[in-house]
Design a protein around this ligand. Structure first.
Ligand code: IDP
Ligand code: MG
Length: 152
């Protein structure tokens, strides 16, 4: 089953929005299989955002991401990557639709509350920075049959 890597950024923790966002994730039907509160190190942030190195916003992005605790998560579900990108909304809240997390709760392109993998390759890269295999929970979601069928 497809997985995606998510960070509730330091602004989400400071603004007391982690509970609201996690509730939306659960309501959507994505399965939380790993989750922890951590202060991201400079090394971790640089690895995660290596594709943005050299861009004007890169130094302030690294400073922001390491400025306080974040919540890191792995979610699982059918088409988890694409569905969750839609769920969080566009990077810049000027463009993100109401109803999305960024569209409902943020007004600044940097302080946009949440990160999510944009493809399966990014998922593998990002999740390996923050989680070991032992930290990923294996369990059956009892309501799974009400979310989707295993076959077609
Ligand atoms: P994404 O988080 O939607 O994948 P990216 O383009 O990968 O967006 O950018 C990574 C993060 O860098 C964004 O979520 C945002 O926090 C920050 N960022 C992106 N563009 C800008 C900008 O123009 N100014 C300041 N911060 C930016
Ligand atoms: Mg990105």
């Amino acid at each position: 089953m497809e997985r995606t890597f998510v960070i509730l950024k330091p602004d989400a923790v400071q603004r007391g929005l982690t509970g609201t966002i996690i509730q939306r994730i659960e309501q959507k039907g994505l399965k939380i299989i790993a989750m922890k509160l951590l202060t991201i190190t400079i090394e971790q942030a640089e690895k995660q955002y290596e594709c943005h190195k050299g861009k004007p916003f890169y130094p302030s992005l690294i400073a922001f991401m390491t400025s306080g605790p974040s919540v890191a998560m792995i979610l699982e579900g059918r088409n988890a990557v694409a569905i969750f990108r839609k769920f969080i909304g566009s990077t810049d809240p000027v463009q993100s639709e109401p109803g999305t997390i960024r569209g409902d709760f943020s007004i600044d392109v940097k302080h946009n509350l949440i990160h999510a993998s944009d493809c399966e390759i990014s998922f593998k890269h990002e999740s390996s920075i923050y989680f070991s295999d032992e930290e990923i929970q294996k369990y059956k979601l009892s309501l799974k049959g009400w979310l989707y069928y295993e076959g077609k």
